[in-house]
Design a binder for this molecule. Structure first.
Ligand code: URA
Length: 245
């Protein structure tokens, strides 16, 4: 590990690097805003137990905890399942656990997570009132970008979490997650500012910046706030509709 990587790790900042590059080739301090072609959803091949799609929370959680479908089980400290209100109207999806999440077992608990909590607070939500999960449940080694096989191994888990929560809206954090959920390869710039639909269940999806990106791009925080407001409006309308019938 380079001195730079040690320093960033100590600060809880994930350093994304390609797994086929030498460690000293690290150049980014936040998840890439573009998705390598090998992680695009068009190449996903489902490789999971048949009954994940009908599992209830406890079984789903224990199945994920003992999952060995991809090689990430050999390097993880523990799986990072997801957390929050299982009946939340707002669901946040990120890409992959980082070093803090791997250590603590919960998503978004590092610096990016603290910013996410503040962003939620700014639109009137407490962290416990939303449901937070990632596309993949294990930390990629050295915080490398998730590989296509890892994403497809975890696909059914996130799909089932979304089906169980039945959120009014999903906030997709970062370009990788937005492209994955929407099964497209448009840029985040093209995806932001519009309401999309999660193809598998028609849930509205709002794409926004990844909080780790915002840590180094304060000027975009205002735009992110607008994205969150859009998500809150959809969630509030659903709550109103459910109350008034
Ligand atoms: N980044 C993510 O996408 N998810 C986490 O849980 C932490 C950092």
């Amino acid at each position: 590990m380079t001195a730079q990587q040690q320093y960033l790790n100590a600060m809880g900042i994930d350093v994304w690097q390609r797994r086929d590059l030498p460690v000293d080739a690290i150049i980014e301090t936040s998840p890439p805003e573009t998705v390598p072609s090998e992680v695009k959803p068009t190449v996903t091949i489902p490789v999971v137990a048949d009954d994940v799609g009908i599992m209830e929370w406890d079984r789903l959680r224990s199945t994920v905890a003992s999952c060995e479908l991809c090689s990430l089980h050999t390097t993880r400290t523990q799986t990072v399942f997801g957390t929050g209100d299982q009946q939340a109207q707002l669901m946040i999806v990120g890409d992959a656990p980082g070093v803090d999440e791997d250590r603590q077992g919960d998503p978004f608990v590092g610096r990016a997570g603290q910013l996410l909590n503040e962003m939620l607070h700014a639109i009137g939500f407490k962290r416990e009132q939303v449901y937070i999960a990632n596309i993949i449940k294990c930390r990629p080694p050295n915080s490398t970008a998730p590989q296509a096989s890892e994403i497809s191994s975890c696909h059914a888990y996130l799909q089932r979490q979304i089906a169980l929560v039945q959120p009014a809206v999903i906030l997709a954090a970062g370009e990788l997650t937005a492209q994955y959920l929407l099964k497209c390869d448009e840029t985040l710039a093209d995806l932001r500012g519009k309401e999309h639909r999660y193809p598998e269940s028609d849930v509205p999806v709002i794409a926004t910046y990844h909080p780790a990106f915002l840590l180094n791009a304060s000027a975009e925080k205002r735009n992110a706030w607008h994205d969150l407001l859009m998500a809150r409006t959809i969630a509030s309308e659903k709550i109103k509709h459910d109350v008034t019938g």
